[in-house]
Design a protein around this ligand. Structure first.
Ligand code: ADP
Length: 185
């Protein structure tokens, strides 16, 4: 498995190629949708790996507080996954870039990191939020997400962010963005 890490002020930022559902971390972030009902892509994979209790927990949250707006995050247990927690966030749907997509994507990363910190999670795994079905161009999403994570590590108790990338093109785009922003790993 490919893995590159950058040791930054306040913690480590790593890119890994692989399946996030197998990540041995404290918390896995899910690129969910507002209904928290599961779906395709990484969301479906996380629900399959965690088991049916995850959907029950999500449905309880929606019953209590309604749909999860884009840019926000909530936490459930990880159930059958190695990770103790799943942090569900909703990224923006790409509508051309002038509908607040960058602010919403930044917020999804930040609010997920705040949830991780609030739950005492030291190592957090993220997927490439919004860059699948939601259509956010990966060349734009990767630098924004990496900058947000790098800045947050400096000020938060979270010790490491592991970005799990699925597929070669995703890996390439994030590697280029990380080198541009952070230098050689
Ligand atoms: P969104 O709806 O936020 O765009 P998707 O699940 O469609 O979310 O895609 C987000 C990213 O997650 C894509 O790059 C996709 O290839 C990747 N992905 C899909 N399955 C997995 C997995 N099991 N582990 C890590 N990343 C995954």
């Amino acid at each position: 498995m490919k893995k590159f890490c950058w040791n930054l002020e306040g913690g480590a930022l790593c890119l890994l190629q692989g399946d996030i559902t197998a990540a041995r971390v404290d918390a896995v972030v899910n690129a969910a949708n507002s209904s928290l009902a599961g779906g395709g892509g990484v969301d479906g994979a996380i629900h399959r790996a965690a088991g049916p209790q995850l959907l029950e927990a999500c449905m309880r949250i929606v019953a209590e507080q309604g749909r999860l707006p884009a840019g926000q995050a909530v936490t459930t247990p990880g159930f059958n996954m190695p990770a103790k927690y799943v942090i569900h966030t909703v990224g923006p749907i790409w509508r051309g870039g002038n509908a607040g997509e960058p602010e919403t994507l930044r917020s999804a990363w930040l609010e997920s990191l705040r949830e991780a910190e609030a739950n005492g999670a030291a190592v957090v795994a993220f997927p490439a939020i919004s860059t699948g079905v939601y259509g956010y161009p990966v060349e734009l999403a990767a630098p924004l997400a990496l900058k947000t994570a790098a800045e947050s590590l400096a000020s938060m108790r979270v010790e490491a962010v592991h970005v799990y990338l699925h597929g070669e093109s995703s890996w390439q785009a994030w590697s280029v963005a990380a080198r541009d922003l952070l230098g050689e790993p």
